[in-house]
Design a protein around this ligand. Structure first.
Ligand SMILES: NC(=O)c1ccc[n+]([C@@H]2O[C@H](COP(=O)([O-])OP(=O)(O)OC[C@H]3O[C@@H](n4cnc5c(N)ncnc54)[C@H](OP(=O)(O)O)[C@@H]3O)[C@@H](O)[C@H]2O)c1
Length: 225
């Protein structure tokens, strides 16, 4: 019998991360998933995944990841943790607190995760960061949510650097999940969370070495940075 796929999902208390846990467990994967509070940890466990406590924006909590995944060999890693922050547009300056909260979660958080991941990747592992079309500088037509946009442009840069570092070791990409009906996307969003995750999981399944270091839309089309 084939060994079950080992999957790690960071930021799985709700939304896209939790749905990824649901679909992955249902397909027979062995899933480890993080949440930062009791309710999220319980939601992950209720779906049959191994829950780990992790707040990517908290230095002490984030530093404990390596120990929690020691000895693991993940075939698939998904970084879903993210916050939107203030809904302000250029040139309304964010507060320092808002800036730190968004940048620490969306940029420093993935950096902290990647810095502890290398030994826990199976050869040829697939690594996906949930970025956003809003992070694309080339495709930008609005300044709404400029702090969030800046954070997603920055995490795209982070993913690119990780891809240079892990060339030949893993296939690393960022992806826009669509506009998804979650707490972040809101009720008017166009995509159901289950549909978004189905498409994203299919995208990860299809990834080839030549896709390494690229930015994809949920429908599999390449996006300009
Ligand atoms: N929904 C959309 O339309 C959309 C579009 C483009 C991109 N995205 C991206 O897709 C990802 C998932 O979004 P979503 O729609 O599922 O959002 P969501 O429903 O708001 O869920 C966000 C998730 O991130 C976790 N999180 C937030 N701060 C964290 C921290 N400091 N440490 C660890 N986990 C943390 C939350 O945990 P708690 O429950 O503990 O807060 C929650 O599990 C995000 O990166 C988002 O930017 C979403």
């Amino acid at each position: 019998m084939a060994k079950p796929r080992q999957v790690l999902i960071i930021g799985a208390s709700r939304g896209i991360g939790l749905e990824w846990v649901r679909q992955s467990v249902a397909q027979g994967d062995q899933v480890t998933a993080s949440a930062r509070e009791a309710q999220g940890l319980a939601a992950v466990r209720a779906l049959g995944a191994h829950a780990i406590e992790l707040d990517v924006a908290d230095q002490a909590s984030a530093a404990g990841l390596a120990l929690q995944i020691e000895g693991s060999q993940f075939d698939q890693v998904v970084v879903a943790a993210g916050v939107y922050g203030p809904r302000s547009s250029a040139v309304e300056c964010p507060s320092v607190a808002d800036f730190d909260a968004v940048m620490h979660t969306n940029v420093l958080g993935p950096m902290r995760v990647f810095a502890q991941m290398e030994d826990a990747l199976a050869p040829g592992a697939k690594v996906l960061v949930l970025s956003s079309l809003m992070g694309s500088i080339a495709l930008r037509q609005s300044s709404d949510g400029w702090l969030y946009r800046a954070s997603k442009a920055a995490v795209n840069s982070v993913l690119k650097d990780v891809s240079l570092r892990w060339a030949g070791q893993a296939i690393c990409v960022c992806a826009h999940p669509g506009w998804v009906r979650t707490d972040m996307g809101g009720p008017s969003a166009t995509l159901d969370v289950a549909q978004s995750v189905q498409h994203l999981r299919a995208l990860v399944e299809r990834l080839k070495p030549q896709d390494h270091g690229k930015f994809f839309n949920v429908d599999g089309q390449l996006l300009a940075w």
